[in-house]
Design a protein around this ligand. Sequence first.
Ligand code: URA
Length: 237
Amino acid sequence: MGIPVWVMRGAEGGAQSPRHEDAAAVGAAAAAIFDQSAATRVAPTHAANVAAHDWEALADAVRQCTRCGLHKTRTQTVFGVGRRDAALMIIGEAPGAEEDRQGEPFVGPAGQLLNAMLGAIKLRRDEVYIANILKCRPPSNRDPQPTEAATCTPYLNRQIELLRPRVMLAVGRIAGQWLLQTEIPIGRLRGQVSRYGDTGIPLVVTYHPAYLLRSPLAKAKAWQDLCLVKDLIESHR
Ligand code: URA
């Protein structure tokens, strides 16, 4: 399939097995991206403050964040990494154990595979920007709760706004469904170009590398998604 160095983990979704029980709460926070009104319903002053931050203030705010219970169990926050003028922004679900330890997204086994996937479309990790929906690790890698995602979304939205990527790639069902505010299965979300809220930024959804590690047969579809991403980047030059 053209990705020789891919070495890939079970029933897709995200890194774990995602469930969205509270679609209304999910919808409330992330639907309107640069429209702060939805986030405002979650936490008015929080959303407004975050929307005014530059990169450094944003990183500081995330570092000091105690807005949801995850701050009690984290080792550290995981803000994001990469070029702040990257054409491609990759968005995962939440830090895992290794990310929590190192303070950087996608540094565990799934991260190794993500790097290889990027390499397959001639991109190095340091040429893109990588972040997660959640900036703190959920205990035992459980699924993010909608209120946690809603509370964290203003940070991600500000990252997107500051970065203004040409293309966004959501990896895994949780990231894809959250960003697109839908419960459509990932098998139907992937393979096409969606748009992120009101920003109009092209958004491609693909399988989570942790899933690809467990289900190598899905690599072929992920390869198609990556080719789509590459084409989008090139067509927006
Ligand atoms: N899985 C994710 O979704 N994000 C990470 O940073 C690591 C694993």
